[in-house]
Design a protein around this ligand. Structure first.
Ligand code: F6R
Ligand code: MG
Ligand code: MG
Length: 365
């Protein structure tokens, strides 16, 4: 059976500040999704949140970039924004950059990850959703899952994975893409994806079967809007087991927290903390950045689940380490490397301050 899994998300209002989503907004989204399921447009859906982001997980047979599905998501965000406005939630409708829907939500603010697949005999998938960071945050985890044998032993000892995976990398500034094959081209791949503010892994494919293995959202809101509108808070869909990495291999990268951009005012580096859905409530210095992972078994397009994968106790140490890393970064206050380099900050007073002090700068030579 051919189905499409679409995850479309937007921050349409925070509760309180940018720390959480309001239950009434989620309830409204559920109502819209239930109607679409009743009308037969969706086979199934799941509504959730990661911090202040509303997440719509939808299964259907309309294919990728379907106008009907994107319109459904857009209308759901508009309906949710009405609720957010009534409650005067913070930044109501903030990610909806346009007033009118024009066929596709891409470039309009919401984040999108979609994959059309032939549902396997058994189809376990994990959907990762992050808050207070940008799409490059998936680069290292995806590299570890699909190219690093120290993370994924299946690459070495499972015959159906041994040929490796192909990485589609997007240059989010120049709007270009390239596909690189692993393992042969890992050094070339790392030259790019080691710079996650510019290069983001958009998709991963099996080289043997060419099947899609993973897909992420790579929108950069600030580049779309040309001004600060929040970090993208990306999502990523990963297929698991059999010819793909096992569930444990897919989750393992998050057991060793890494530093990502996007914390406080989208202008700081902080640890990506794996948490359960209820714990995706970034409160300390508006963070630290969070990632949730929901596992589903697909059955004829029905989402069996979710299982809240990072609720598992084995991620307690990662959370503890992330808190220690958060302390270490906070110690730097307004200094790099906690504060992002000048051209990466979403907020800056540099032009005003530089202008004000223009006359006081004296040439050194
Ligand atoms: C980070 C984030 C928050 C806000 C901060 C200021 O991605 O969303 O840290 O940047 O709370 O928000 P505003 O400018 O909306 O008051
Ligand atoms: Mg927000
Ligand atoms: Mg957010």
């Amino acid at each position: 059976m051919r189905i499409t899994l679409s995850v479309i998300k937007a921050d349409i209002g925070g509760y309180v500040g940018h720390s959480e989503s309001h239950p009434d907004v989620l309830a409204k989204a559920d109502e819209c999704m239930a109607k679409a399921k009743g009308d037969g447009l969706l086979i199934d859906y799941h509504v959730t949140k990661c911090g202040d982001d509303l997440q719509l997980i939808m299964v259907h047979q309309e294919g990728e970039e379907s106008e009907k599905i994107h319109k459904l998501a857009w209308d759901t965000f508009i309906a949710g924004t009405d609720v957010a406005k009534k409650l005067k939630l913070y930044g109501a409708g903030q990610d909806l950059l346009s007033d009118a829907f024009s066929g596709n939500v891409k470039g309009m603010g919401p984040g999108v990850a979609e994959m059309e697949i032939e549902e396997r005999k058994s189809e376990p998938v994990i959907i990762f959703m992050a808050d207070k960071t940008s799409s490059g945050a998936w680069n290292m985890p995806l590299y570890k899952m699909f190219a690093d044998p120290f993370n994924t032993i299946g690459l070495v000892i499972a015959p159906n994975m041994h040929t490796g995976f192909a990485f589609e990398v997007h240059d989010v500034k120049e709007s270009k893409k390239i596909t690189l094959n692993t393992p042969e081209e890992i050094y070339d791949l790392l030259v790019f994806i080691g710079a996650p503010s510019r290069y983001a892994v958009k998709a991963v494919h099996s080289r043997e079967t060419e099947e899609i293995a993973a897909v992420s959202s790579t929108q950069r809101l600030s580049l779309i809007a040309g001004r600060y509108v929040g970090k993208d808070d990306p999502v990523c869909i990963v297929r698991t087991q059999a010819q793909f990495p096992a569930v444990g291999e897919v989750l393992e990268p998050f057991a060793s927290p890494i530093l990502v951009e996007g914390w406080m005012r989208g202008s700081h580096m902080g640890p990506l903390m794996p948490v359960s859905v209820p714990d995706s409530t970034p409160a300390r210095f508006d963070g630290p950045p969070r990632v949730i992972g929901l596992g589903f078994q697909l059955s004829g397009g029905i989402l069996i689940g979710p299982r809240d994968m990072f609720a598992d106790k084995s991620f307690n140490l990662a959370r503890h380490q992330a808190n220690e890393m958060a302390d270490m970064m906070r110690r730097h206050g307004p200094f790099e490397p906690h504060r992002l380099p000048l051209d990466e900050m979403e907020y800056t007073t540099m032009p005003q301050v530089a202008k004000k002090l223009e006359g006081r700068f004296i040439d050194l030579d």
